[in-house]
Design a binder for this molecule. Structure first.
Ligand SMILES: *Cc1c(COP(=O)(O)O)cnc(C)c1O
Length: 454
């Protein structure tokens, strides 16, 4: 048996911690991100047996490898069964080219996969320790709804989500404001950055220490590990033979999704190549090509809005996985093994013009309905095939990270119809909304928290 995995900070200036501590802390005290000190392994036989298991059981097998010293097997099984009770469709486009739809969760976004597991794990540890936490999150749309939905109804966690009133679509807003119970939603007449600033100030405010504040942001290791599972799942359903290698294409912003895939590969999943598709924020494809990393500030606005990131927060994890060190600001302190990275990863940037034309093209040629993020992924795959040749026998899997009905304006403009809502979002227009509005200054937010959460 291998020794229990501990979690180190990518900045290497904080003590290693257990999974539970990493989950509840979120970010390391030296501002680095937590990474497992070893990558657990699956044998080809173990991976082959996934073909006969439902999604939740594969999730259990994968997550257990990372956290087994910190949770009872039967408790983790129950959490996985409860978290993953929705479909993961694998749609064939042509030959052996597939789109994995990660859009059937309660908020029709791939962020449900991570948020639902992280919420349940946090609640599990808090209940065991008889503690409570108050989660504060700022959102520009999708993260907030995934977090609100994932934490809804949990006993030992409350959540406050701040959103900029004018930057969120009404559909996105309703996904948060129609929940209630332990979820409180606050709107601000400002920008996402204003919401983010208030949350940061609250974390640093000693007067709020007694509220046990915590965050649920995308850099929590508890969100990363569940994102390795769907790579194993799709492979288990689509492979023809033991050990055959797949090509995955991942539309990427903060690189949490693709990190899940790269970790799955390091655990033994047979992968020929990861295609990392970005929008016009092309700092990563440039880095892979030139070895020079330049962040993009301010980030560029593209229609694949959840990927408008000029410096992916998970870059330091990727660099760590290849033996290098990168600070949270993007400085390379030690070079990673670029040769190996290039062997395993290929990357392309897709601009809005191509994102739009691919939505049309995929529909016309294959009746494949994509929204802007998934279109970036599919375009990246098509670029890869153009550069490396098409192979009818090769298994290709491109990820669709949101449901097309979340982006009706684009789809109507490009394809001329309004995509049908997924079951999870049906009836949302009619549900009753409840949220409060506060002023932009920190004193308003502080007063609100002190009054409502003693
Ligand atoms: C968050 C998000 C992404 C980007 O995922 P990362 O893990 O940040 O790379 C892509 N598509 C959609 C729809 C998202 O919400």
């Amino acid at each position: 048996m291998s020794k229990q995995i501990t979690y180190y900070s990518t900045n290497l200036k904080a003590e290693p911690v257990t999974f539970k501590e990493a989950l509840l802390k979120g970010i390391a005290p030296d501002k680095g991100l937590y990474m497992p000190d070893q990558i657990p392994q699956f044998t080809p036989d173990e991976i082959d047996r996934f073909s006969g298991m439902p999604y939740w059981e594969i999730a259990y097998k994968v997550i257990h490898k990372f956290i087994k010293g910190d949770i009872h097997a039967k408790d983790l099984k129950a959490l996985c069964k409860d978290a993953y009770d929705f479909d993961v469709p694998l749609e064939n486009a042509y030959d052996r080219k597939y789109v994995m739809r990660l859009d059937q969760g309660p908020t029709a976004s791939f962020k449900d996969f991570a948020a639902r597991m992280m919420g349940r794990l946090m609640n599990y540890y808090l209940t065991r320790d008889k503690r409570n936490l108050l989660i504060l999150t700022a959102t520009s749309g999708d993260t907030g709804s995934a977090i609100a939905s994932a934490y809804y109804g949990l006993k030992n966690v409350k959540a406050v989500v701040l959103f900029p009133e004018k930057e969120v679509t009404s559909r996105q807003r309703k996904q948060m404001t129609t929940l209630g119970k332990n979820i409180q939603i606050l709107s601000l007449d400002g920008k996402f950055d204003d919401c983010q600033a208030l949350v940061k100030q609250a974390f640093a405010d000693k007067d709020l220490d007694h509220l046990n504040l915590s965050s649920a942001n995308s850099i929590n290791i508890g969100r990363l590990i569940p994102q390795t599972v769907y790579y194993f799942y799709s492979y288990s359903r689509l492979k023809n033979s033991i050990g055959e290698k797949a090509v995955f294409s991942v539309p990427s912003g903060n690189f949490g999704d693709m990190m899940g895939g790269v970790i799955a590969m390091k655990m033994g999943l047979p992968v020929k190549k990861f295609v990392i598709a970005t929008n016009s924020n092309d700092e990563f494809p440039k880095y892979l090509e030139t070895g020079k990393y330049d962040i993009i500030v301010p980030s560029k606005n593209c229609i694949s809005s959840a990927m408008n990131v000029g410096h992916p927060s998970n870059m330091s994890r990727l660099v760590a996985l290849y033996g290098g060190v990168m600070t949270e600001k993007g400085e390379v302190k030690k070079k990673p093994d670029m040769k190996l990275m290039k062997k395993e990863i290929w990357s392309a940037s897709v601009d809005d013009k191509n994102t739009k034309s691919m939505i049309k093209d995929a529909w016309k040629k294959h009746e494949l309905l994509l929204e802007p993020h998934g279109s970036v992924g599919w375009s990246g795959l098509m670029e890869y095939i153009k550069a490396h040749g098409d192979d009818k026998e090769q298994l290709y899997i491109s990820l669709e990270t949101a449901h097309p009905a979340k982006f009706p304006e684009q789809i109507i403009k490009l394809l001329g119809f309004d995509p049908e809502l997924p079951k999870s979002l049906e009836g949302i227009e009619k549900r009753k909304e409840k949220y409060d509005t506060i002023g932009l200054e920190y004193k308003h937010f502080k007063k609100y928290l002190l009054k409502n959460y003693k």
